[in-house]
Design a protein. Structure first.
Lengths: 298, 364, 296
């Protein structure tokens, strides 16, 4: 049997990289060339800058990190960041689930309006949406007007530049990121399941709690991780809406770089933020890849 | 064209074991086999989509084994047609001529027109594939494979997506076109009936091995092994033991009964040895049913469990008395009067020439 | 993004099932549905209100939005279009966004091809890398890019923005084109090879026309990703080269006037038109192909 091998023209070493292994794939050489632009762009604009950042954070040894660990102020900021991100994530899920569920049930015009309400904000820049919240929440803003007209408050309330305002605006901005993965999971559930449950005597509420909700948990989980990671690194909204008392990691980095010009310390803060985000994504990468809605997100 | 000792492995898994195949010009050869038998792999190697692990593929005297698919002169009709959805019927058919720079301008238009005529799609030439019915799409696919006059045309289950009526109509259509232009066709299908109707020769594949190749009638009448017998047409296997031989016959003991068959010759000669466990293969149309009282002491007998009307014949399912776990299928011409009823005991007899004997199961 | 027809059909089926159940338990079901509908409507109002509010703001005669509005004026739009600072920022961002859209589309499409049809080891790592900028906090990338660009004097330049924004936009292209390629029947490419087309011709005559909707969406999303981007822009802008994002940020922070609302309205309306156009294009494209697949 072995001597048969000799009868085939064995491809040369060059041919093994220039010829595709089978016709549905590119040759190894072509494939490498295709990845080259990405590797080059990302090396210059992504990997090298991040590496430089991490290196900078260690300019004075681990001094920046020691400062970070010892000063209660910075620990407070980190705690606030995590708590804020968790709160935003929680609100996004609670508000996002009913919308995602409605999207799978609605038809015609109602479906169109719902989709518009989800996608139009998504396609509006974060900056513009943050600005809109300033317009709504400022001392002479609409919400204060309405509250006063309704006699609920005598003086305009200080709504803007508070931690609550930041949570409110971030929830609004990240809400579509929770809705879409949940929607993506919900719409893949066979409608037969809910019907079967109903047929077996479960009421609408029980059908939802026992069948639909558990089966949509992967989407909920994916949405939660997405929201949490994005919320951790949010800069624009807290910078514009948050007050001096509500410092988050991102705004602290902004302050260090633009006001205090302490670059090594800012780099250390950035490194911590970066590793947090990467760690979460790495730990939950399975959940994220589950979300087919990930590509709908933008 | 020819395949010489072609084999293909994926890691440690054999997809196609050493295979030799010669195909004459103008011949219609089908490759049949259950799914996973390697028939499609064989086809993709001929088309050049995959390279054999060993062996060579010759087309028109030229070794094309290592040639890129687009440099081979082989037409192909894909399983789901693979028509280009963004091109009209006409543009689909023009595509190979343009890519191969075989014709341009007037000449190109003429060749495409001729092809549209041949597949009778002239009126639909400006439609897009999704505006056509399944049968029409199939004909576009055939036209696209034929238009550049390739010496060999491959068809990969081209009728798999059509319903039964349309399938049968398209079988004749493909056969008509093939005969008219005298093309060499290699046709892959899992449907043995389709292969038997259309082909000059049929190759049966099983677990990556080419089990037998021959004309449809040869394959049907003289299967080389139990797999081929079973796969081509339907067959009853009756287990038994060789209990006596003479020059011309072998006697096989089935329970208390004896079945006589003609002595196997040549390759199967070893099966004459006394005491060998064998299987007798009998096609349903070679089993005759007679009233129980007419039976002789040694013939097989059974009870009719079901009678199924099937147009020109009836199919009787008979549970053997000798081997109670075995139910045989016998086709009885409908013209015979006084058919026995369900529950009746009957005697079975066989047309001696039509029986074949194979090794017992598990020893193949 | 595109609601596909099967799902619509499925939903229609669920819908009729709910209707049937309606009759069996009318009262309880109706109250539940009404309540749920009200809650969803409230959430949707919350979602859309801030985007809509900028329109009356941009037309309001006072610099604080009043309700009900006291008359309307186009003066903030006039101010936006006549302010050289705003115009410079807008044109600069437009140039960046167009350039980013081109580079990100090319880089992302080639990467998607390598991921789906390529023969390279570490495909999963390549895929992860290409999506990486989506999960790296923008402020971190902004600081990092500033560190690199500042000594090279790339801050405030088209080149600097192009590099930064291409990195941010590539994931969108990779996602949309990968999805389009995975939907494409590989047999089409084999058929093209079989018809005598070489690899390049196969790509341009068969692959590209069929993944065009995905490529187009990727291009539009990368345009918007660049145009709407403010965090990285905040760090790599300088006095000479300022993107519209940075300009807006500064004005919101220091000089809150309805001109911002006018600029925002222009940007939002333009973005929605762009997306609507591409969706329309993509829909006709995918509808054609989908119809073809369904007929098989």
């Amino acid at each position: 049997m072995m001597n048969i091998q000799a009868s085939v023209q064995r491809p040369s070493r060059l041919a093994t990289i220039t010829r595709p292994r089978d016709a549905s794939r590119f040759a190894p050489l072509t494939s490498w060339l295709l990845t080259l632009p990405l590797v080059a762009t990302f090396a210059i604009g992504f990997l090298y800058p991040l590496a430089k950042l991490v290196t900078l954070s260690f300019t004075n040894g681990a001094e920046s990190y020691i400062r970070l660990g010892q000063d209660a102020l910075y620990f407070g900021v980190m705690t606030t960041t995590v708590v804020t991100a968790a709160a935003v994530t929680g609100f996004c899920l609670v508000l996002g689930y009913p919308v995602a569920f409605a999207m799978t049930r609605l038809r015609g015009k109602a479906a169109l309006i719902t989709a518009a309400c989800v996608f139009v904000p998504l396609w509006t820049s974060v900056l513009i949406r943050s600005y809109a919240w300033i317009v709504l929440l400022q001392r002479k803003g609409i919400i204060n007007d309405v509250l006063q007209d309704a006699g609920l408050s005598v003086h305009p309330l200080k709504l803007l530049y508070t931690q609550s305002a930041v949570v409110l605006a971030m929830t609004h901005i990240l809400l579509p990121f929770a809705i879409l993965p949940i929607y993506a999971t919900l719409r893949t559930l066979p409608p037969d399941l809910a019907r079967a449950a109903a047929n077996l005597g479960a009421g609408a509420v029980r059908t939802f709690l026992l069948i639909t909700l558990p089966l949509s948990l992967p989407g909920v989980f994916a949405g939660a991780i997405l929201c949490f990671v994005l919320a951790l690194g949010f800069y624009i909204t807290p910078a514009l809406i948050g007050g001096p008392g509500s410092m988050l990691m991102a705004t602290l980095i902004g302050q260090q770089t633009t006001v205090l010009l302490d670059w090594p310390f800012a780099a250390a803060l950035s490194t911590v933020l970066l590793s947090d985000a990467l760690l979460i994504v790495f730990l939950f990468r399975r959940a994220l890849s589950l979300s087919k809605g990930f590509h709908n997100v933008h | 064209m020819a395949l010489r000792r072609v084999q293909k492995t994926y890691g440690a898994v054999w997809a196609v074991r050493e295979t030799d195949l010669e195909i004459e010009k103008g011949e219609f050869v089908s490759i049949v086999g259950p799914s996973g038998s390697g028939k499609t792999t064989l086809l993709t190697m001929i088309a050049g989509f995959e390279t054999p692990t060993a062996g060579s593929i010759i087309v028109g005297g030229q070794d094309v084994t290592m040639l890129a698919p687009n440099r081979r002169n082989i037409g192909m009709v894909f399983q789901k047609y693979a028509l280009f959805p963004h091109m009209t019927v006409r543009q689909n058919i023009e595509f190979p001529l343009r890519m191969r720079r075989l014709a341009r301008g007037r000449d190109l238009a003429k060749r495409v027109d001729a092809m549209l005529d041949l597949v009778q799609l002239g009126a639909l030439q400006h439609r897009y594939p999704h505006q056509l019915s399944g049968g029409q799409q199939q004909r576009v696919a055939v036209a696209r494979a034929l238009v550049f006059d390739p010496p060999v045309i491959l068809m990969d289950e081209p009728l798999g997506a059509l319903d039964k009526k349309l399938r049968e109509a398209m079988q004749f259509e493909i056969k008509r076109i093939q005969e008219r232009i005298g093309a060499t066709v290699i046709y892959v299908t899992h449907d043995q009936e389709e292969a038997l109707t259309m082909s000059d020769r049929v190759a049966v594949m099983h677990r990556g091995r080419l089990e037998q190749i021959g004309s449809p009638s040869d394959l049907y009448a003289n299967p080389d092994n139990a797999f081929v017998a079973d796969f081509v047409g339907s067959v009853n296997f009756i287990p038994g033991t060789v209990c006596g031989t003479d020059h011309l016959h072998v006697a096989i003991k089935v329970g208390n009964a004896l079945v006589q068959i003609r002595s196997p010759q040549g390759r199967q000669a070893h099966r004459r040895e006394e005491g060998a466990a064998v299987r007798v293969a009998a096609r349903p149309e070679h089993i005759a049913i007679a009233p129980y009282r007419d039976r002789d002491a040694l013939s097989l007998s059974g009870t009719i469990e079901t009678m199924v009307f099937a147009g020109a014949s009836r199919t009787a399912l008979v549970r053997l008395h000798e081997v109670p776990e075995l139910v045989l299928r016998a086709d009885v011409p409908s013209s015979i009067r006084s058919l026995p009823d369900r529950g009746a005991n009957v005697a079975l007899s066989f047309s001696l020439d039509a029986l074949r004997v194979f090794d017992a199961e598990g020893t193949a | 993004m595109f609601i596909d027809r099967n799902i619509q059909a499925q939903e229609a089926a669920t819908d009729s099932a709910t209707k049937r159940r309606f009759r069996s338990r009318p009262a309880k079901q109706a109250v539940l549905t009404l309540l749920a509908g009200f809650v969803v409507a409230l959430i949707l109002f919350f979602l859309i209100l801030p985007t809509l509010i900028i329109i009356p703001m941009s037309l309001s005669t006072t610099s604080h939005l009043q309700f009900p509005p006291q008359g309307m004026t186009w003066k903030w739009y006039a101010a936006y279009f006549s302010d050289p600072d705003w115009m410079a920022a807008t044109w600069f961002s437009l140039r960046i966004a167009i350039a980013t859209s081109v580079t990100a589309t090319v880089v992302g499409t080639l990467t998607a091809l390598a991921i789906v049809r390529g023969d390279v080891p570490f495909k999963a790592a390549l895929h992860a890398l290409s999506l990486g900028p989506m999960v790296v906090p923008h402020i971190v990338l902004g600081v990092a890019l500033y560190l690199v660009f500042s000594p090279l004097q790339l801050t405030g330049t088209l080149t600097g923005f192009l590099i930064g924004h291409t990195v941010l936009a590539v994931p969108f292209v990779v996602i949309t084109v990968t999805a389009a390629l995975q939907r494409l029947d590989p047999a089409l490419e084999l058929a093209a090879l079989n018809c005598g087309a070489n690899r390049a011709k196969t790509f341009f005559h068969v692959t590209l026309p069929n993944i065009a909707p995905g490529v187009a969406s990727g291009a539009v999303f990368s345009f918007l990703a660049s145009f709407d981007e403010a965090t990285v822009a905040f760090f790599i802008s300088d006095v000479g080269g300022k993107s519209i994002g940075r300009k807006m940020f500064e004005d919101i922070d220091f000089n809150l006037t309805p001109v911002i609302a006018a600029a925002s309205t222009v940007v939002v309306v333009a973005s929605l038109f762009l997306i609507g156009f591409v969706q329309l294009l993509a829909k006709t494209g995918t509808a054609q192909i989908q119809a073809g697949v369904e007929d098989l």
